[in-house]
Write a protein that binds this ligand. Structure first.
Ligand code: MLT
Length: 234
């Protein structure tokens, strides 16, 4: 397989993802939330780019949770924000989650032209990479980034994915991700000076900064298809 990496939601174009296997990553925190919610029994997740669209879509729906953030903080009137730790089984089990975040849901919706679109984070690296190796087709890893900019948390996760795959060629961006993920040191050490890490720390979301780096803590594969995220079925 050939592997490419895109650094932010804004850089996703139809040309780069069409016909390819795509993995969308927003470690801090949208894809970590999605995996946790589904792992704890949510039925499905519907991502939205815009708050207004989500609100009008859910106006008359029952059994749903309105979830997401702007500027890292829960949207006023919504049920849950964007910390994976909020998505406990007693809250999300059996529920449909409608979600909008600043970058992660944009990255997903922008990737809709992909042939198969998976959700990635540090939580599900092992199972996800086994599945991608088994599929063996060209892959594009889409990092959500932060407001159009490169973000090291997503990129380190992309690099870990590249390291675990049986690739034939790497684009320069994929090779760069491989190289930064291969530098010795803990994830925390690599990330503690970064912008989004410190932004969440200032918001008091310190527990997320431990939790979102729990490598291989979940045995789950999610697929985004026809506007809905569900557990992957072959
Ligand atoms: C996003 O989608 O931009 C992030 O998940 C923001 C956050 O950390 O809450």
């Amino acid at each position: 397989m050939n592997i490419d990496v895109i650094f932010s939601a804004n850089e996703v174009t139809k040309d780069r993802v069409e016909g390819k296997i795509v993995v969308v990553i927003d470690v801090l925190r949208a894809t970590s939330v999605m995996l946790t919610a589904m792992n704890n029994g949510a039925v499905e997740i519907r991502p939205f780019k815009e708050i207004n669209k989500l609100i009008s879509y859910t106006k008359d729906l029952k059994g749903i949770l309105r979830c997401g953030e702007r500027n890292g903080t829960k949207i006023v009137g919504f049920d849950l924000g964007n910390s994976p730790l909020e998505y406990k089984s007693e809250i999300v089990h059996g529920k449909i989650i409608c979600m909008t975040t600043s970058n992660g849901t944009n990255a997903l919706v922008n990737s809709s032209y992909g042939k198969k679109i998976f959700i990635g984070s540090f939580f599900n690296l092992d199972l996800l990479c086994k599945k991608i190796n088994e599929i063996g087709e060209d892959l594009v890893i889409v990092c959500a980034g932060t407001n159009g900019e490169f973000s090291l948390d997503d990129s380190l996760c992309a690099g870990e994915i590249v390291k675990r795959l049986e690739y034939r060629t790497l684009s320069d961006s994929a090779r760069a991700m491989y190289m930064i993920a291969s530098i010795p040191g803990t994830l925390k050490d690599k990330l503690k000076e970064t912008k989004h890490y410190n932004f969440l720390k200032e918001l008091g979301e310190v527990k997320d900064l431990e939790n979102c780096f729990s490598v291989d803590s979940q045995n789950i594969i999610l697929e985004y298809r026809d506007g809905i995220i569900k557990k992957y079925e072959e």
